[in-house]
Design a protein around this ligand. Structure first.
Ligand code: HEM
Length: 407
């Protein structure tokens, strides 16, 4: 029987409690607070370690003795994230492969490539908001939060607009694979595998086209990227393009959706941002902290070691609750409050260490432009549905829909 969060008084009460249960989904933060206070390095019933303190989370993410590659997993331990992964996916690679691949990808996906996108992002946001204004109402996810990052990543990679309809639900199905072993049934696993197969076939064709006739898009840049005489192999190209495509929007949609909901639920902060648009970049950081689009990530110890004084064995899995670390009072004053002017915001929403998000600058830019334009355009923004529902995804935390009034 699950114990109500209010009834939890000691570490013993936490025993056997599964934070991945649906009853904690809507508002997991009281449970995270209890875990952090009573048992910050908590062993789950399934045998993984659950971290809720900022210091422990940062230490693990920065420690090269921890790997994100599931092949290090000992025995038949349960885990968060995919079990059989294509080892060419940057996110799941260890050095030296990770170092080499990341450096090649960074050659094509540079800060100046991202900076140049600003006018186009502004244009895309304006078009989407024009449409909403004509309608007089807005379902923020379908009308802005989703189409914006999809359009941006497609244009960046060089996916022709006419081809995007082919993808259908592939992105959602593929990103659900991150929840493997939390609550994925066979049908969802099959949909995920079919989505990856679909992407692989589609991008195979596009890579071939760009090899024959390079353009100025990121895909052509990745094909041409070279360092010390090395290039991305065919398999690495595939894995990287699918990762960039998925990571490029399945996360940013949640920044815009979760962020807009947080602002609408904190009208004082919304008005503060409206009055002082220069707070935009700081507001994005705070919205990332307050409701992390990537709720959790995981690592596996590759050797026996200690975290926060607790021994962790080689092959054991450590689940880093990014969303909990982002509300650690040891690092953030009034951590449960939203403060768009928060100084020194050291949130972990883009991770830390060698897997630190490669698209952070792009995500920040999209968020800043989207929130800025939304507030400028609609002086009377308000929630039309006070209790919007979450998507079924756990690792990627976001809303199914968000109905708002714009006039
Ligand atoms: C608000 C939006 C985003 C959030 C919250 C986010 C978050 C993250 C996090 C937490 C990781 C590391 C996971 C770990 O350490 O296990 C990551 C990695 C990554 N992200 Fe993002 N991301 C966002 C947007 C983007 C965008 C727009 C792109 C690209 C267009 C992108 C590309 C990547 C890539 C390629 C990696 C793998 C880096 C590596 O393994 O070295 N992300 N992201």
């Amino acid at each position: 029987m699950a114990l109500g969060v209010d009834a939890i008084r000691s570490a013993a009460d936490l025993e056997g409690l599964d934070p991945f249960l649906p009853e904690f989904r809507t508002d997991p933060y009281p449970l995270y607070r209890k875990l952090r206070e009573l048992d910050p390095i908590h062993r789950t019933p399934a045998g993984a370690w659950l971290l809720t303190r900022h210091a422990d989370a940062t230490a693990v993410l920065r420690d090269p003795r921890f790997s994100s590659n599931p092949s290090h997993l000992g025995g038949e331990r349960p885990q968060v994230g995919p079990r059989r992964v294509d080892t060419k996916v940057l996110l799941f690679l260890d050095p030296p492969d990770h170092t080499r691949l990341r450096s090649l990808v960074s050659k094509a996906f540079t800060p100046s490539v991202v900076r140049r996108l600003r006018p186009r992002i502004e244009e895309l946001v304006a078009e989407l908001l024009d449409r909403a204004e004509r309608k007089g109402s807005m379902e923020l996810i379908a009308d802005l939060a989703y189409p914006l990052p999809v359009a941006v990543i497609c244009e960046l990679l060089g996916v022709p607009a006419g081809d995007r309809a082919i993808f259908g639900s592939w992105s959602s199905d593929a990103s659900r694979l991150l929840d493997r072993d939390i609550d994925l049934d066979e049908a969802a696993l099959e949909r995920g595998a079919a989505a990856i197969a679909g992407f692989t076939e589609y991008f195979g064709g596009l890579i071939q086209q760009r090899r024959d006739e390079p353009t100025d898009d990121l895909l052509s840049g990745l094909i041409a990227a070279e360092e010390h005489g090395e290039r991305l192999s065919w398999e690495e190209l595939f894995a990287t393009i699918i990762l960039l495509y998925l990571a490029g929007h399945e996360t940013t949609v949640n920044l815009i959706g979760n962020g807009a909901l947080a602002l609408l639920r904190h009208p004082d902060q919304l008005e503060r941002l409206r009055r002082d648009p220069a707070l935009g970049p700081g507001a994005v950081e705070e919205l990332l902290r307050y409701e992390s689009p990537v709720h959790v990530t995981a690592r596996i110890a590759t050797t026996d070691l200690e975290v926060g004084g607790v021994p962790i064995g080689a092959g054991e899995q450590v689940i880093v609750l990014v969303a909990a670390a982002n509300r650690d009072p040891a690092v953030f004053a009034d951590p449960e409050g939203l403060d768009i002017g928060r100084p020194d915001n050291r949130h972990l929403s883009f991770s830390a260490g060698m897997h630190y998000c490669l698209g952070a600058a792009l995500a920040r830019l999209e968020g800043e432009v989207a929130f800025g334009a939304l507030l400028r355009r609609f002086p009377r923004l308000a929630l039309a549905d006070p209790e919007p529902r979450l998507r079924e995804h756990f690792v990627l935390r976001g809303l199914r829909s968000l109905d708002i009034r714009v006039v």
